[in-house]
Write a protein that binds this ligand. Structure first.
Ligand code: 5AD
Ligand code: SF4
Length: 492
């Protein structure tokens, strides 16, 4: 559950005009959103033309959370457009106001209720409100009690029923729900996806999660694990290539738990066939679970140039005792064994991770084991979180809660350590020529912004007057580095 745009700030980029939008005209940049949860920043784009041309049904959609949520929103937007709706950039202009919510950490549900309270004033204008995603699934019909002007509550496992739900809303139903599909075997397959990035296309390969880590709400909010067929995934990859996409990111809570329902391909085989689609130059995948991480994935990367040099492998803790309490299903040594497979690859694969501090009962010594694991692995980047108790999760029953101040201290120590490790790791690139996909330009700094195969942000200069197209691939000589980014100049 990690987002490749994290730590990049497109708000600082001059985003070039995005022209290919699946036949729809893509108008204004609505605003730049910062994900309150994972520090993810993404730029929602607004599709102003409905597919039917009808202009009277309008919607506004706001999205919080991980890349899975952002991509779900692309599919939700596509579904609404196909139903004759038009997307608008403000709540004021919308007939239907939708929130795609996230509840992974913090008091997400409270934030959603606060936000809904802000919009009470629009009730008299006859607007309809809908809550989608993880908070919708978690809070269910309680949302109608606390915010009676909400008329749609729908979890992600029910999105494939959205067209019917929209019909009910249009008929004036005031309590439409999609909450009962968490045990479904079906994925949200839709031919209508309103993609917001014209170069990097996201494809969900697996939905839900069966792992039930002790701290995590996802199995409760996104439901049971279910994979799409490899045939359907491959078809979507080919469609993306036909539209001119060159980079594909395969998404899932645990992509490497992928089990092709048609029994044709393993996850590693799926990676290879997606990477062999004509026109596709880069394939990424996130997130991998250490328990299901096999050597075949490393072999696939080694053998397939289009598979990127990057694995995101969340460890959460460096202590086997804490990992056990978290129900992570692997020990410190087993995790390190997987790291050794990745590090012995022929390619220089960058490693990133998620880490939690202050899980109930985590001792100072156990916290230090996390620090020592970070030193041993040498991550290129990590996402760090203070443990936050979540509804329904088994960890709620654990004793020995760690005080907030102590969690904050541990987080600061960990971030400080990663800063040193990141700076050291980035040094190895200085002097190298790396290929980047151009993502935009920071006009104020006069720098172009690109991303390497290893998912690093590379800010670089180009000779005066030389304009670069976003989505193009260029070689850049790395001249310096910071803990979280590289700098360089266009190699001519
Ligand atoms: N508290 C803190 N961090 C959490 N994560 C998931 N649930 C929690 C929680 N209750 C983190 C994990 C996961 C990432 C997406 O969010 O590190 O990998
Ligand atoms: Fe949550 Fe664990 Fe599933 Fe990841 S693997 S989504 S952390 S339960």
């Amino acid at each position: 559950m990690w987002n490749m745009f994290a730590k990049c700030s497109p708000s600082r980029l001059r985003l070039a005009a995005l022209s290919r939008t699946g036949g729809l005209s893509l108008a204004s940049l609505a605003r730049v959103a910062r994900d309150p949860v994972a520090g993810i920043i993404f730029t929602p784009l607004v599709y102003t033309d409905s597919m039917s041309g009808a202009a009277d049904k309008t919607f506004y959609l706001e999205t919080f959370g991980c890349q899975m949520n952002a991509h779900d929103s692309e599919k939700v937007v596509g579904t609404l457009l196909a139903q004759g709706y038009r997307q608008v950039p403000t709540v004021e202009e919308a007939g239907l106001v939708l929130y795609n919510t996230c509840s992974i950490r913090d008091k997400a549900e409270q934030k959603v209720f606060n936000r809904l309270a802000d919009y009470k004033k629009y009730r008299a204008q006859g607007k309809q409100f809908g809550v989608l995603g993880c908070v919708a699934q978690q809070e269910g019909e309680k949302i109608f009690e606390r915010a009676p002007y909400v008329s749609l509550v729908c979890g992600s496992a029910s999105y494939r029923n959205l067209p019917q739900m929209l019909v009910q809303l249009e008929a004036g139903s005031s309590r439409v729900t999609g909450l009962d599909d968490r045990m479904t075997d079906e994925c949200f397959e839709t031919e209508f996806t309103a993609r917001t990035n014209p170069h990097r296309g996201y494809i969900t390969i697996i939905e839900g999660c069966d792992k039930f880590c002790a701290y995590c709400v996802v199995p409760f909010t996104r439901g049971k694990e279910r994979s799409r067929t490899s045939v359907s995934v491959l078809e979507e990859a080919r469609q993306l290539a036909d539209l001119g996409y060159t980079e594909i990111q395969l998404l899932g809570q645990n992509v490497n738990s992928y089990r092709d329902p048609s029994g044709i391909k393993s996850f590693a085989e799926l990676l290879v066939v997606v990477a062999s689609v004509g026109g596709i130059r880069r394939v990424r995948f996130t997130t991998s679970h250490p328990r299901d991480f096999g050597r075949d994935i490393v072999e696939a990367i080694d053998a397939t140039p289009a598979l990127c040099d990057h694995v995101h492998l969340p460890v959460q803790s460096g202590s086997t005792r804490v990992l056990d309490a978290m129900s992570r299903l692997y020990t410190r040594d087993q995790y390190l064994e997987r790291i050794s497979w990745i590090q012995s690859a022929r390619r220089d694969i960058s490693l990133t991770s998620d880490l939690i501090v202050g899980f109930p009962g985590e001792t100072e010594r156990e916290f230090e084991e996390t620090l020592s694991l970070m030193d041993l692995v040498g991550y290129d980047s990590v996402f760090t979180f203070k443990y936050s108790p979540r509804p329904n999760t088994p960890a709620l029953r654990l004793e020995d809660a760690i005080p907030e101040a102590e969690k904050a201290r541990r987080l600061a120590v960990l971030n400080d350590r990663q800063k040193q490790i990141g700076a050291r790791r980035n040094q190895r690139h200085v002097g190298q020529v790396l290929q980047v996909m151009v993502e935009g330009k920071n006009v104020a700094r006069g720098q172009w912004v690109g991303r390497t195969s290893q998912i690093k942000v590379l800010n670089f200069t180009a000779p005066a007057g030389r304009e670069l197209a976003t989505g193009s691939y260029v070689d850049v000589r790395v001249t310096g580095c910071f803990p979280n980014s590289l700098i360089g100049e266009l190699a001519v």
